[in-house]
Write a protein of this length. Structure first.
Length: 368
């Protein structure tokens, strides 16, 4: 027997009882073809006739287990195509949820029935529909890779769980002022930038002095940092964020010679997570707020204040750096009061016009 690549597919080429056979491997990789060759040889030794089998039965016999495939997928695909933070999240989902449930099953055996059982098992653990959907999303991406690599022929249909839209917290205008005033002096510029430019925490920590243009009032968001590793912002999108004069003044006065980072330690090095996570809880207590917040709430506050002041969601999307408008739609309900004000104008007296220009007047004249 010989394993060769023929017409772009890995094939097992052999003679049996004076007749030549070329059988395409159900798994289109060299490793899968060699495993298929071993299976065919075993059948010959046992005297089994080499009648054509369905692709499904051959695929099932040679497909890897979910545990081994997910491990391979994480190393070969996820770590090549995802940011470190995304790889870390996928690795946790695989290790803690997908491998324990699907581990010994072969990839080709995962179907709609197994997916429904997985959802039921996860719900019984008290996990939310949103969390389960996140786990299914990782599994779907892995199964799509399995299809692209020739491990399986069809990706099973995944029925997503209905998850209620998560609520988010934000500060009203007065609370934002109180929080800023209660923040220790060294972190006030960082808090102001989060409140008035909407940067994520990783983007704040990675912001360089060359990214801030106080003359023209703008910030260029080009990078982010996660676990001391610098990379692109979320979604891989850089953006330009105009800033108000008040923030330009704060950042101009904050300029220093400690290093290239705008917000840093005394020696110019990167701020640590332990440093930043204590800043806002302490400020909340000093400000007398009835809750404790973290940095992403300031980003929500930035977006919420814009919507409440009548800015279109499309503008807010661009400022936040969202890849699609769906992510920005969580702020849509905040514009309801402005919509009510707009509709209320329909009851206001119409502006005065010449009689021959008003359609009601024209209609009355025709009826005479």
């Amino acid at each position: 027997m010989t394993v060769i690549k023929r017409d772009g597919r890995w094939t097992v080429d052999f003679w049996y009882e004076g007749k030549r056979y070329r059988k395409k491997s159900p798994i289109d990789t060299q490793r899968g073809a060699k495993e298929y060759e071993r299976l065919l040889l075993q059948r010959l030794i046992q005297g089994e006739p080499l009648t054509p089998q369905t692709a499904k039965s051959e695929e099932s016999a040679t497909a890897p287990t979910c545990r081994s495939f997910l491990r391979e997928w994480l190393e070969t695909y996820a770590k090549t195509n995802n940011k470190p933070s995304e790889v870390y999240s996928k690795e946790l989902i695989i290790r803690c949820h997908l491998s324990p449930f699907f581990g010994r099953r072969r990839v080709s055996e995962i179907g709609v029935r197994e997916l429904e059982r997985f959802k039921s098992a996860q719900l019984s653990k008290g996990l939310s529909p949103k969390t389960i959907n996140n786990q299914l999303s990782v599994l779907r991406r892995a199964l799509r890779s399995a299809q692209e690599w020739g491990v399986i022929e069809v990706v099973p249909t995944i029925k997503w769980m209905k998850a209620p839209r998560a609520d988010f917290d934000f500060l009203d205008f007065e609370e934002a002022e109180r929080l800023f005033d209660a923040t220790v002096l060294e972190y006030r510029p960082m808090v102001a930038t989060a409140l008035k430019a909407g940067l994520r925490l990783g983007e704040l920590l990675a912001l360089r002095q060359t990214d801030v243009d106080v003359v023209n009032g703008q910030i260029f968001v080009k990078r982010s940092v996660w676990k001391r590793t610098f990379g692109t912002p979320k979604n891989g999108l850089s953006r330009r964020v105009p800033i108000p004069p008040s923030l330009s003044r704060i950042l101009r006065d904050h300029r220093h010679l400690r290093g290239e980072l705008v917000f840093c330690q005394e020696d110019g090095s990167l701020l640590t997570g332990d440093m930043t996570k204590r800043v806002l809880p302490r400020a909340c207590r000093r400000a007398g707020l009835d809750r404790t917040i973290q940095w992403h709430v300031l980003r929500h506050t930035f977006a919420s204040h814009l919507v409440m002041r009548g800015e279109p969601l499309k503008v807010v999307q661009e400022l936040l750096g969202h890849a699609n408008i769906e992510a920005t739609m969580i702020y849509a309900h905040l514009s309801e009061s402005r919509l009510k004000d707009a509709v209320a104008k329909l009851d206001e007296p119409a502006p005065s016009r010449p009689d021959d220009g008003h359609y009601l007047v024209t209609r009355d004249r025709r009826s005479r």
